[in-house]
Design a protein around this ligand. Structure first.
Ligand SMILES: O=C(O)CCC(=O)C(=O)O
Ligand SMILES: [Fe+2]
Length: 274
């Protein structure tokens, strides 16, 4: 059984390295002139890198980009019992969740500890941090390459539907960490947010810790500082995301989507679910 204390100590050790994440520079600037091709360029980013970043530059443009994402990917999912489709990510006093703190957030799949994780997620920045708060991304292909180099055939254990069990209060959810999508690519379902994490075998727990270490080492991460009106949309299971700690009243809106196909002006492309 892995407890938060063990996992947090490993995260602190891995993230304290002096290395810095690779800066993301390929963003899309929204303008009326580029709107015709926008959904295609967003889809291309999602396909090639697992994410796209759009600099919308004002609120009206940002709202238009969110409408384009809805047209492309599908209707936003409800995220909680209150029926919210846009979740506020901002600090509150007496926070019970990471997203309502200023703390660094470990790399994760959204809802990775729950039964079903959304296919896509978007974060729209309404207010930038005073300092810090950089978005961190780790792509599953680089993680898989590392895992295969380091653990060779054992990595297959992580495709087992019960490789890891997340225990949250009295709720237990067993799932695979890796899935093979119909396109043959590996996708991920990964979180450290649980009261306890139990591997199917001791080997699964060792593999889990190896993932924790890799994804929290800055040299394996990409980084982008969201400014006001920037939007990041990511394939929730092709890249892991997290953030650095920050100061100030940073405010993001989070949206979740499911998708079978991605629609663009020039046609549609199938989206392989794992
Ligand atoms: O604050 C951030 O940048 C990330 C928030 C996040 O991961 C989430 O809301 O799921
Ligand atoms: Fe998240």
């Amino acid at each position: 059984m892995l407890l938060p204390s063990t996992i947090n100590a490993l995260i602190t050790r891995a993230s304290s390295s002096k290395a810095t994440p690779q800066l993301i520079v390929n963003t899309t600037v929204y303008s009326k002139q580029t709107e015709v091709n926008l959904s295609h360029r967003i889809a291309y980013g999602l396909e090639m890198s697992g994410f796209s970043i759009i600099n919308a530059r004002d609120a009206a443009n940002a709202i238009r980009v969110m409408a384009i994402l809805r047209e492309m990917i599908g209707s936003p999912q409800i995220q909680n019992m209150r029926g919210t489709t846009e979740e506020n990510v901002f600090p509150v006093t007496n926070a019970t969740r990471y997203i309502n703190t200023r703390a660094a957030q470990p790399l994760h799949t959204d809802n990775g500890y729950a039964c079903v994780a959304p296919d896509f997620m978007a974060l729209r920045c309404l207010k930038a941090a005073l300092t810090g708060g950089e978005t961190l991304l780790v792509d599953v292909e680089s993680l898989l390459k590392y895992m295969l180099n380091r653990h060779s055939a054992k990595v297959e254990l992580l495709y087992n539907p019960k490789s890891i069990t997340y225990v949250t209060g009295s709720v237990k959810v067993s799932k695979s960490i890796f899935q093979r999508a119909p396109d043959g690519k590996t996708r991920i379902n990964f979180s450290v947010f649980a009261d306890a994490i139990i591997g199917d075998t001791k080997e699964c727990e060792d593999l889990f810790l190896s993932i924790v270490e890799f994804i929290h080492s800055p040299s394996n991460q990409m980084q982008y500082l969201l400014n006001k009106h920037d939007i990041i949309v990511a394939d929730n299971r092709a890249v892991l995301h997290g953030r650095k700690e920050f100061e100030g009243e940073r405010w993001l809106l989070r949206t979740w989507y499911d998708a079978d196909i991605i629609k663009t002006e020039r046609g549609s492309m199938p989206y392989g679910r794992g």
